[in-house]
Every structure is written in C-alpha cells, then in structure tokens.
Design a protein around this ligand. Structure first.
Ligand code: FAD
Ligand code: MLT
Ligand code: ZN
Length: 474
C-alpha cells in the first residue's frame, strides 16, 4: 500500500479506501457509458472533517481529486481520466439531513444526500423542495449544486442556484468555508456561494447546503397535449401562462419521433392520445387552489388553444395515477435514448422565442451532412432549453456515425452561437465540452475563470480536465 493510500486509510479506515478494480467499478464509468477512467483509490469520507483531512493529504501528495455524488453526470464530470492518478472522493456517506426549519422554510443537508430523500423529508415536514429531474433517485445534492442542476420545475422555481441559501465547502488545501447561512438577505461581500454552485468540483468540495423550502402544493392539474410543432407549443405556452400565471410548474416538449422512441423502448409508457402526434407537451399546474378549480383553469387554456388551432388533441389527468403515467413517458426518454444506441446529445439553451426556428434550421443543416440522421428533440421549453439529440440513420454503422458526430455537433453549436445561446444549459461542461470552451467563451471570460481557478486551486488538483480548458499561454 503506497504512502498516500496508507495515510488515507489511517484517517478513513481501510473499508472506506477502495483500491481493487472490482470495488472501484461503479465509480469509474459514467451513467451514459461514454467515459471509462481509472482511479488510484475511491475514498468515502463520513464527515466534513474527514473530507478536509483527505484534501490536506492529497494536497501534500499532489494527488488529483475527483469529487463524486450520484455519478449521474451527462457530461463526464465525475469520471476520472485513464491515468489512474486520481482519487475519487465519493460524498455518498455524507448523507444526513442536518435540520429542517418549517417556519423559516429551509432544510440543511449533507452534500451526499440523494435528491429524492430531500424531497421526501420536505414533504414529511409539510413543505416542498421543488428540484425534480429524471435522476432524482440517485443524484445527490452536492452534484445538483456542483452542476447547478435544472430539471422540470425551473420554469417556476429556478435552477439549483436559485434554490440555495448557504454552502459549506472544503477547499483544495483542506480549509473549510462555513457559509451555511439561512439568510435570505446578506449583502456583506462577494457572492462566494454562487461561485461554487456550477463549478463542477473544480473549485472546492461541497459538503453541506442550506436549501429553500416552499409551500407544498395541495392541487395539481396535468395534461398531455398534441401539437403540430415547436412553434405551436411556444404559442400554447404563452396562452397557458396568460391564463394560469405562476401556477404553471412544468411545460415539457417532445417531438413525435421522441415519443415513438420512448414507446418503442419503455414498456410501461402508455400514450394517452388517439395516435402519436407530430409533437406534444406535458403541462403541469400546481397551487394551493382546490383541484377542480385548477383543472378548469387548465381546460380553459386548452380550449383557447384548440380555438387558435394550436392544440390537436389533449388528455387531462383525472387523478394522480394518470398524471404519473404522463410523467413516465417524459422521464423514459433518457433510458430510451441509451437503449437505442449512442446518440450525439446536445443540451442547448437560447432565447425562448428562437427555439422553433432553431429546430427547423438545425434539422435541415444536419440533414445536409447526414441525410438519414434522426433528430430526437425534447426539453424544458419554458426555460429555452432543448435536448437536441441526433441518432444515426436506421441501420447506419455506429462507427460511421461516430466519425461524423463531431461535425454535427459543430453545426448544432454554431446555430446556437448565432442565437447567443449556450452549449450547455444544465448538464455542465464536464469533459464532454471542455475542448469547445475556447471556441464558445470570450477570451476575457476564460481569463477571469482561469484566474479564479488558480486562486482557489493553484496546484490544479480539483477535477482536472473538467470544465476548464488548459490555460491559454498569454
Ligand atoms: P455526479 O454525477 O456525481 O457529479 C456531477 C459533477 O459535480 C461532477 O463534476 C462532480 O465532480 C461534481 N460533484 C459531485 N458532487 C460534488 C460535491 N459534493 N462537491 C463538488 N463537486 C461535486 N441534469 C439536469 O440539470 N436536469 C435534468 O433534467 C437532468 N435529467 C437527468 C436524467 C437522467 C436519467 C440522468 C442520468 C441525468 C440527468 N441529469 C439532469 C444530469 C445529472 O443528474 C445532474 O447533473 C445531477 O445534478 C448530477 O448529480 P450527481 O450527484 O449524480 O453528481
Ligand atoms: C432530461 O431533461 O431528461 C435530462 O436533461 C436528461 C437528458 O437530457 O437526457
Ligand atoms: Zn433536461
């Protein structure tokens, strides 16, 4: 056992320092199966003090550290490179809910708590924690913070940055920043908290957080609505917003090709419409109102949509079970894509009004280079966030598609650039997009980011190869 491993085992106990390939297997590949790395060890600290000790030891040994939560990153952010030098620091043992303040509407948690557990704990206290995404059964609050997760309720509640009041962070040298305030207003200096949120493990290891809680909605109304295309969906979004205001909680768009893929791969997905439409939106309202009143509001908005020729067909959930069945369709998409095979995935955002035109232009542009390519498009329309995925032509050799995929990504991202959009709306940069950063970010932005990175991690040990491209020699 080398000195570093021996020192780590001395602090954490041998059972929490995994060195065999077998023990490391679940930690060294990403959820999509796109990246496979290697680790000198996987360590599982059980407290903030343990994390601080690990960081001090790794700093002394100049060992790179890859923080990891639920390992559900879609940009390879939690997977080490293949050098075998890195220590994977798994936060999963830091999984206590430290405090719930139902009067102050806050919950204080360890970073390794799984998102679903925070949702349940909030519900049990008569409150609501709104972050919701397909990986909520395994992603952790620390990963949600480090990736500034979005999900399906951003429309009403914002991303993780808007849901967070305080943070506890262990720095690269082992010092602990206790920023665990529950204050809604605190104007005493730079917004350090917001700097660490979205930093993807490259500026510090998040070990705790104070999150906002909300009133638990008593009523929900959900509809699965067939529309002609993204343009009709956007017009319907405006109608629903006019009629329902901030009762609108989710507005999830899917193309007909996306629906067909889900129905092909997800056995228990049942389409509540007469036929697979050209496109569809899943709409959810929630509020303190009584349910029939809320449903009437949704019905009135849809009637207006039908009147305006926007809505082709619609099913309104009569109970929670039916609403769940609607969501089973939407949440099946990631699984369906993985089962269909390697897609060129794009998680892009742009001004909401530009989305319909973007889809039409991008579809035509990629088809010029790859005639049979299959766009599978879905996403959080109200946030201007589309998941624009490309599958090979039916029967196309995956290797041939992989060879043209970088060109397809360049085309898609160039169209995003023309609309002053972003090449990563919610999944982060990770290792997937790191090489594109010099192409897509202004030199001054990159320079400031490098200076911040150098300030907080001068030895470059935190999550190397992720988010930050190699410093451009100036
Ligand atoms: P990990 O994957 O373990 O790590 C993610 C990043 O954060 C890595 O860079 C890692 O180094 C860093 N990190 C992890 N923990 C810490 C910590 N404590 N301190 C510092 N850095 C840390 N994302 C969305 O935004 N919206 C969605 O709708 C969405 N849907 C998804 C659906 C599915 C089926 C899947 C598989 C993923 C989805 N994701 C989505 C992506 C992913 O779930 C989120 O990015 C999530 O926030 C990652 O959490 P995690 O705990 O798995 O983090
Ligand atoms: C989603 O919205 O389902 C996620 O971001 C996952 C994905 O893009 O596949
Ligand atoms: Zn998403």
């Amino acid at each position: 056992m080398d000195d570093l491993i021996a020192e780590l085992a001395g602090v954490l106990g041998e059972a929490n320092v995994l060195v065999s390939e077998q023990d490391q297997a679940p930690f060294i590949t990403d959820w999509l199966g796109k990246y496979r790395g290697a680790a000198r060890a996987v360590v599982r600290p059980g407290s903030t003090a343990d994390v601080a000790a690990v960081m001090r030891i790794c700093a002394r040994h100049k060992a790179p550290v890859v923080p990891q939560g639920g390992n559900t990153s879609m940009s390879g952010g939690a997977t080490p490179d293949a050098s075998g030098q890195a220590i994977i620091l798994s936060l999963t043992r830091l999984n206590s809910i430290r405090n719930i303040d139902a009067v102050g509407n806050t919950i204080t948690v360890d970073a390794g708590v799984v998102l679903a557990k925070v949702q349940q704990a909030a519900g049990a206290a008569g409150r609501f924690f709104p972050l919701s995404l397909g990986a909520e059964g395994s992603c952790t609050i620390g990963g949600n913070l480090a990736a500034n997760a979005g999900g399906v309720a951003v429309l009403r509640y914002g991303t993780m940055r808007e849901l967070t009041l305080g943070l506890e962070v262990v720095l690269a040298d082992g010092r602990v920043w206790d920023g665990l305030t529950a204050l809604r207003k605190d104007n005493t200096g730079y917004a350090l908290r917001d700097l660490f949120i979205g930093s993807e493990g490259t500026l510090g290891v998040i070990t705790g957080a104070v999150l906002k809680l909300f009133a638990r909605p008593h009523a929900r109304a959900s509809a699965f609505v067939a529309v002609r295309d993204a343009a009709a969906a956007l017009a319907l979004l405006a109608t629903v917003r006019d009629r329902c205001g901030d009762r609108l909680t989710a507005f999830e768009f899917m193309t007909g090709e996306c629906l067909a893929l889900i129905l092909r791969h997800i056995g228990d997905a049942r389409l509540p419409l007469a036929a697979t439409p050209p496109a569809a939106v899943l709409i959810e309202l929630s509020d303190q109102d009584d349910e029939p009143e809320l449903r009437e509001r949704l019905e009135a908005a849809l009637a207006e949509g039908i009147e305006a020729g926007l809505v082709l067909d619609a099913a309104i959930a009569q109970d929670g079970t039916q609403a769940k069945a609607f969501w089973r369709i939407r949440e099946g998409v990631s699984e369906a894509l993985v089962r269909e095979g390697k897609a060129a995935k794009h998680d892009v955002s742009m001004p909401v009004s530009a989305m319909a035109e973007f889809v039409a232009v991008a579809d035509a542009a990629v088809r010029r280079v790859a005639p049979g390519v299959r766009p599978i498009v879905f996403g959080h329309l109200g946030d201007g966030n589309l998941h624009y995925n490309l599958l090979p032509a039916e029967g196309q050799d995956p290797a041939a598609f992989a060879a043209i995929a970088p060109e397809l990504t360049r085309i898609v991202h160039d169209e995003i650039g023309r609309r002053r959009g972003s090449i990563s709306a919610e999944h982060g940069i990770g290792q997937l997009r790191v090489d594109e950063m010099p192409l897509r970010k202004a030199p001054l932005e990159l320079e400031l980011m490098h200076q911040l990175k150098h300030l907080l991690d001068p030895a470059g040990l935190l999550n190397p190869g992720k988010l930050m491209p190699a410093a451009t020699k100036n």
